[in-house]
Design a protein around this ligand. Structure first.
Ligand SMILES: [Zn+2]
Length: 268
């Protein structure tokens, strides 16, 4: 099911490593993950996030602010996936949603988690011991064609071609992107002219959109640490000046809307 990133031959688990027919081998680290990324497949800027921002993200998510989204993902997986399915979290971050799926899904599913951030994958594999976790690149997924029954992509980069290649006919892709009003109250503080998000799912030629809805609710952000952690999780943080980003540092509590667009696609 997993492929060697060097020669694209099947990987077989052999003790505490994976090995292909050409004798390329990949050790399973003591934390339980395997590194299936080649140096030339890493993203240019920074391969994932630094440890401080990952820890801040983990603290924020563990506070339960995005729990309604996790509950929704569990219900979608249970609705569409059958017992015996293989399901990939393509861009698992620190493993929050994967952990929720492992704990909450009533289906007997083999879960996989991957991220380009090695530190994120280590955090994921620690808390998701029954999942197969690997450092990987969503633009070069180390899976054979048509092997996955489903995958999800929560606020992540993606490759339409790769999802079409690895998800089998009739399989599912669950996508979460920002809804129009997501974090608007924070934007009102940071920007002179705050804007609503352009709401869109993924552009996927080989998939049919079968379900799409918003999850919208108000979060009571209770301290500066949570507010900053949330803001730093968003792509806007990196495109906003430090002076504007710092406007949030004086805020100690705010009600803020979470608005997620959830799209379910089926492979044609
Ligand atoms: Zn190989």
């Amino acid at each position: 099911m997993l492929l060697c990133p060097k020669c694209r031959q099947r990987l077989v688990k052999d003790g505490n490593r994976y090995r292909c027919i050409n004798n390329h081998s990949y050790d399973i680290a003591r934390q339980g993950y395997v590194n299936l990324i080649l140096a030339n497949q890493k993203s240019s800027a920074n391969a994932g996030d630094n440890i401080e921002s990952l820890k801040a993200r983990e603290r924020f998510l563990n506070s339960g602010y995005y729990k309604p989204l996790a509950v929704c993902l569990i219900s979608l997986v249970d609705k569409y996936l059958k017992d015996g399915s293989c399901f990939l979290d393509a861009g698992c971050g620190t493993g929050y949603y994967l952990q929720q799926l492992l704990a909450g899904s009533s289906k007997d599913i083999s879960f996989f988690g991957t991220d380009i951030s090695k530190k994120g994958v280590i955090m994921t594999s620690r808390k998701c011991q029954s999942a197969t976790c690997f450092v990987g690149n969503v633009f070069h997924l180390p899976f054979e064609e048509g092997t996955l029954d489903g995958s999800m992509s929560v606020f992540c980069p993606y490759s339409a071609e790769e999802f079409a290649r690895v998800i089998k006919e009739g399989g599912y892709l669950i996508v979460v992107t920002a809804g129009r009003k997501h974090l608007f109250e924070l934007k009102e503080i940071v920007y002179e002219e705050p804007y609503l998000n352009k709401e869109e799912g993924y552009k996927l030629e080989d998939f049919e959109l079968i379900e799409q809805f918003n999850i919208t609710y108000t979060m009571d952000l209770k301290n500066t640490e949570d507010i900053l952690a949330l803001w730093r999780m968003m792509p806007y943080y990196h495109t906003t000046s430090m002076i504007d980003n710092r406007k949030l540092e004086n805020l100690d509590r705010i009600d803020c809307v979470a608005d997620f667009l959830v799209s379910v696609y089926q492979r044609c």
